[in-house]
Design a protein around this ligand. Structure first.
Ligand SMILES: [Zn+2]
Length: 311
């Protein structure tokens, strides 16, 4: 699903929620109007509200408003006397800022914005429990490691300039536990927050998804593959951890990277392998796409195991 499809779905959900709230309030009003005393006051209030909407004289407007207020208080007292919860007459919108319309003064409301973000995160496959962000990152860890500090600065710039950073494709290379995944998650979360469509997958899962996709009917295949080929940023974590299956893993990976580059869509890859190992395992064609001098930047990660450091 792309962002616009998610937006449409979330807007539909909001509409249902809004209509439900309004229906509940209307139903409560019908029940309350069974109380004759309340019904009379309610009619009077409606009549005055109609007059108010047509009135242009400021003094009279004030007068009408006061009258309405008084009647409303009376009506509320009648309800209380009849053990009727007057709050149920008000439309109880879930979001009090936009009244469940999703927009405030033409701008997207926080509630809709965060619903879309939640959906984007869900789709991206990011494990929420490993939810690293730039804001939450531990400076002590970053500063204690020179290569991570440098990579961190590049990552921040990459996010700030996305998708126009000089090198759209990054390759994080280096030891296990040197902070590659951590930084990938920071990038993913920051871009999701900026409403970009990010797909985050381990090489292992990506391989599995690609293989599964070719075993299902065409329509389903499209929905499995379109996130990988169409997302704003594809992050492939831990390249080299996946099993290499003959006639699928390597051609599939080439197709993904090549197609995305042809469509000017960026990809970030992390790997524990060195250049030689990548060359041997994946061959020249993938090598030349991953390390294209004009469009790719390889970032070395060295150093101690961060996961031990944080304990
Ligand atoms: Zn809202």
């Amino acid at each position: 699903m792309n962002r616009n499809q998610i937006l449409q779905i979330e807007l539909e959900k909001l509409k249902t929620r809004r209509l439900n709230a309004e229906v509940r309030a209307k139903r409560a009003l019908l029940i309350a109007r069974d109380i004759p005393e309340f019904c009379k006051l309610d009619d009077e209030i409606r009549h005055l509200q109609l007059l108010l909407s047509k009135e242009e004289n400021a003094k009279k407007i004030n007068q009408l408003k006061k009258q309405i207020e008084t009647l409303k208080k009376e009506a509320s007292a009648v309800l209380t006397k009849n053990k009727f919860d007057s709050k149920s007459l008000q439309v109880n919108y879930h979001c009090k800022i936009c009244n469940d319309t999703g927009y405030v003064n033409g701008k997207i409301c926080k509630c809709l914005d965060s619903a879309i973000q939640r959906e984007l995160i869900k789709q991206s496959g990011i494990n929420n429990q490993l939810n690293f962000t730039f804001a939450k990152s531990d400076n002590k860890i970053v500063n204690s490691n020179k290569s991570l500090d440098k990579a961190y600065k590049i990552a921040e710039k990459y996010v700030a300039e996305f998708p126009n950073f000089k090198f759209p494709n990054l390759v994080f290379m280096g030891d296990v536990g040197a902070g590659k995944t951590y930084l990938l998650e920071c990038i993913a979360n920051a871009l999701i927050e900026k409403m970009h469509y990010v797909v985050f997958s381990t090489a292992f899962d990506l391989n599995k998804t690609m293989i599964n996709a070719f075993g299902v009917p065409f329509g389903e295949r499209q929905s499995l593959l379109s996130p990988i080929f169409e997302c704003d940023l594809l992050i492939i974590d831990d390249l080299g951890s996946e099993p290499v299956l003959k006639n699928s893993t390597i051609p599939n990976l080439f197709t993904i990277i090549n197609e995305r580059q042809r469509n000017n869509l960026p990809t970030i890859v992390s790997t524990n392998l060195n250049y030689e190992e990548i060359q041997t395992r994946y061959g020249d064609r993938i090598m030349s796409r991953l390390f294209n001098k004009r469009t790719s930047l390889a970032i070395p990660f060295v150093g101690k195991d961060l996961r031990q450091n944080t304990k």
